[in-house]
Write a protein that binds this ligand. Structure first.
Ligand SMILES: Nc1ncnc2c1ncn2[C@@H]1O[C@H](COP(=O)(O)OP(=O)(O)O)[C@@H](O)[C@H]1O
Ligand SMILES: O=C(O)C1=C[C@@H](OP(=O)(O)O)[C@@H](O)[C@H](O)C1
Ligand SMILES: [Mg+2]
Length: 171
């Protein structure tokens, strides 16, 4: 069974994916970590040294590779993955379940402001401008995320609760 998690930065894709894979005893793949291993560089360094277009091209290729080569896995994507190239079509075609982790802007702002450094798209944005940036960005990206097979309301739920809710979707 192939399950793909999508959603905005800091929606919990990596954390929930890890927990789910452990509980379901299947392989966990985080697309950003996969790219970092393949490129031998952090996502931050790839953005800084080669630019976003290069990152999006690698991201799309690595997504296709993971979807092709892995039968049973939980795949946590990056926040931008479904929004470029034909990535969301690929996800819908090649996975059994795709799940959009939905959170209110206020929670995303809180989480991102604590972890801006490792996220190159927001690292340069000041605290005052962050809510407007995230609001606009999510408005642009939401149409891609909502194509996922399921939407999971993650507001004020801990990881264990979310893992149980995902498991009940996987039939
Ligand atoms: N359900 C949750 N409740 C509270 N904090 C969470 C939850 N899920 C994730 N987090 C926290 O939010 C931050 C971003 O999580 P992460 O898994 O890196 O998100 P993503 O991979 O979507 O960017 C981390 O600090 C993580 O511990
Ligand atoms: O939203 C985005 O475009 C990005 C999200 C990041 O992943 P997370 O969503 O896990 O932070 C990472 O892929 C890169 O920094 C770009
Ligand atoms: Mg992540």
């Amino acid at each position: 069974m192939k399950v793909v998690l999508v959603g905005y930065m800091a929606s919990g894709k990596t954390s929930l994916g890890k927990l789910l894979a452990k509980e379901l005893a299947i392989e966990f793949i985080d697309l950003d970590e996969y790219i970092e291993q393949e490129q031998q560089k952090s996502v931050k360094a790839i953005f800084a040294e080669k630019g976003e277009i290069y990152f999006r091209s690698i991201e799309s290729k690595m997504l296709a590779k993971v979807l092709e080569e892995h039968e049973d896995c939980i795949l946590s994507t990056g926040g931008g993955t479904p929004c470029y190239s034909n990535n969301m079509d690929q996800i819908l075609e090649k996975s059994d379940h795709s799940i959009y982790l939905q959170l209110p802007i206020s929670t995303l702002v809180e989480r991102i402001s604590e972890e801006k450094v490792k996220r190159p798209l927001v690292s340069h944005i000041g605290a005052d401008d962050l809510p407007e940036f995230i609001g606009k960005h999510l408005f642009e990206r939401r149409p891609f995320y909502t194509r996922a097979k399921h939407t999971l309301n993650c507001n004020e739920k801990d990881l264990e609760t979310l893992a149980n809710e995902v498991k009940s979707l996987l039939h």
